[in-house]
Design a protein around this ligand. Sequence first.
Ligand SMILES: Nc1ncnc2c1ncn2[C@@H]1O[C@H](COP(=O)(O)OP(=O)(O)OP(=O)(O)O)[C@@H](O)[C@H]1O
Length: 439
Amino acid sequence: MTGIRLDSVSKVYNGGYLAVDQLSLEVADGEFMVLLGPSGCGKTTVLRMIAGLEEVTTGDVWFGRTKGTGLTPKDRCVAMVFQNGALYPNRTARENIIFPLRMAGEDPVEAGAKAAGLAQILGIDAALDRLPWTLSGGQRQRVAIGRAIIRQPRVFLMDEPLSNLDATMRTELRQEIGSMTRDMNVTTVYVTHDQVEALTLADRIAIMRDGRIEDVGTPAQVYDDPATAFTAGFLGTPRINLMAATVRVTARHRVTLDFGMQAIALPATDRRSMILSDHDGEQVVVGARSDAFALAADTGAGNQLTGRMRALEFHGHQWVAFVDAGIELLNPDLVGLPRHRRTRANTAARPTSHSAGSRVHRTAGHLSALAVRTRSLIGRPTPAPPEQLSSPTHRRSDLVFEIDNAGELRAGDPVRLGVDVSRIHLFDQHGRRVDRVKR
Ligand SMILES: Nc1ncnc2c1ncn2[C@@H]1O[C@H](COP(=O)(O)OP(=O)(O)OP(=O)(O)O)[C@@H](O)[C@H]1O
């Protein structure tokens, strides 16, 4: 087994398209690393560069202390499973699994024993003597995994291996992949655009966007303490609410986040008050998931927002509330992305299985305006040219969050929302956290 290191790796495809941009990443020996990101962000390209199926344009790939750049795929001792693990159609599942050992000249009895052991782990021992076309999609993918892993590769690479399976099969095989790779202690890089797969399988997740890594951390780190607004928006259902706000410093270390018609205050003891107190008038992005909101009684105490319940959806175990609070919401896919990249990002937005995501109309127009009217909190010059606030994409939309019990609430009712500011995340206009993340 071995660790992997990508050292400032870039890939420019023929025609000059920069698919991967100076990406650096370390995967520890035996670690399960998930590359997560929207379609087209460069995940497969990274995987193929590790496998040696794609040449790096610049940078280096290392396997432990061995430089992989320039080695053939065979010499890298990696195994790869694709979306549709193609099998030899006229060989049984057993023959498919054993095939790499046969090619390596291994003793047939030992090879057979290894295949039987793997088949048991993968739950296909009863299907070993069947031809691929008689197997279910999940069984075929298990055979493909068995065939890839039987030679005990140093590195196991998987490219969306579950995406062609139905939901039940996906859950089952996901769990098996998790336990198998851990039992074998094989260094694994797994590509997916499915946040549930990433959160449930990974030791660490690298969230990719536009050929770069936005954030790397354990599932809990990247979910609870996201480094960027994009990461926050990619993880979690319903998607995080990203609200455009202006910093108002009312007294030393007294900071208010002004949404226009409404505002919330940070306590002076909040470390972010200190950070923002030199940035009066600057614009920030306030991220709030469901756990930051609570339907509040009309006490007037604490941070509250008022609005109107636009819709309430019953989801069995919970309700999803859509509240129009007259606050500008930003599109997580677009925050911090240079303007010329936005159309592409918009079409490659995060897939979501939750209807809440699709119901929300989020806009980019205001963000562009944010980018030009203000100085960056981090001090980087803002690249985007002005865009009119009256842009047709500039619209108000709903705060979306889950509640356990809707009680007597109905669509159209006025609502008062308590906001727990200890649970909000604050990002600068480029989508980077204003405070430090813990990694
Ligand atoms: N052979 C190629 N020639 C030119 N461009 C390519 C080639 N392969 C990939 N690309 C482009 O590089 C970008 C990254 O592609 P890649 O397949 O790595 O993304 P991905 O994140 O894996 O996407 P998906 O989840 O849709 O598979 C895409 O814009 C893609 O169109």
